[in-house]
Design a protein around this ligand. Sequence first.
Ligand code: HMG
Ligand code: MG
Length: 306
Amino acid sequence: MPLPSHVTLVDVGPRDGLQNEKHTVGAADKIELVRRLQRAGLTEIEVTSFVSPKWVPQMADAAEVMAGIERQRGVRYHVLVPNLKGLEAALPTRPDEIVVFGAASEAFSRKNINCTIAESIERFAPVVQAARAKGCKVRGAISCAVGCPYEGDVHPDRVELVVRLMKDIGVQHVGVADTIGVGTPNKVRAAMERALAHYPIAEVSGHFHDTYGQALANIYACLEMGIHVFDASVAGLGGCPYAKGATGNVATEDVVFLLDGLGIETGIELGALVDAGAFISGVLGRPPVSRVARAVLAKRPLAEEL
Ligand code: HMG
Ligand code: MG
């Protein structure tokens, strides 16, 4: 199969990227990050999550951030919601897409959202119905699709079970997530195949944390399958508070560099994206994790001297 000619990247930096930060990042900085991402050409941005502030304090300002972003035509704004309470808070902030998040591992489901997989589906069902009735698209994230920090290897049968359950309740798109970054191409392919058995290719995406440095290889394996939607996080930020030791998502800069090199169109301008990553890294007081961003930034002073 030829590689896709266009890839859509969803930048999850403002949400996944920041949710696990120890020090509070102010709403104004989150809003500025969203502004810079859209300026770089991102058209899908996961802005925040309407979760319990006791569980994830960093996302307590979800409504303020959604109210503060400068909406741009052609850009879609996604938010996570775990339950009806989250949806009720999210809807007035006019998200284009809501994300319910389940897991292929029982242990992770309990740690992350405090319920079993079956209970999570029961909880999501009215959320999906109500969100769709309000015109929001619904994405379902499936964490631990290849490995779990508590249960180890996760069999593709477990992924397919959750994919089917999500389809049954009306979830329109599934995001297959390697929460702890342990996947390698064959394992990722096997998980993706189970999603593709139930959803069209445009409605299946990959979400790869880069803990073991395998994320770009996994994305390439997905491209070979024709998958053309991926989550990524500017500067390589990210992590889940309930997946200890897992590092950030694959950096958007690294994915864009790969796709540019393959001649695959994204609509994203790498230089402006590096600027967005440098901005938020400055706020956090550390350099970007992205190898591409570091390489681009290292060359800049030289270019300025010429
Ligand atoms: P619970 O404690 O079982 O919920 O948590 P509860 O219904 O018993 O409520 C407990 C308290 O939370 C109550 O407040 C509720 O009002 C409040 P109290 O009466 O004690 O003052 N509450 C809420 N407040 C605000 N917004 C809400 C909300 N719901 C309840 N929506 C719950 C269950 C799901 C709420 C909790 O476990 C939770 O918020 N979990 C979120 C965890 C999370 O955000 N994890 C990270 C995102 S997922 C991720 O990163 C993975 C992903 O990137 C893919 C991948 O990499 O795998 C997507
Ligand atoms: Mg994640």
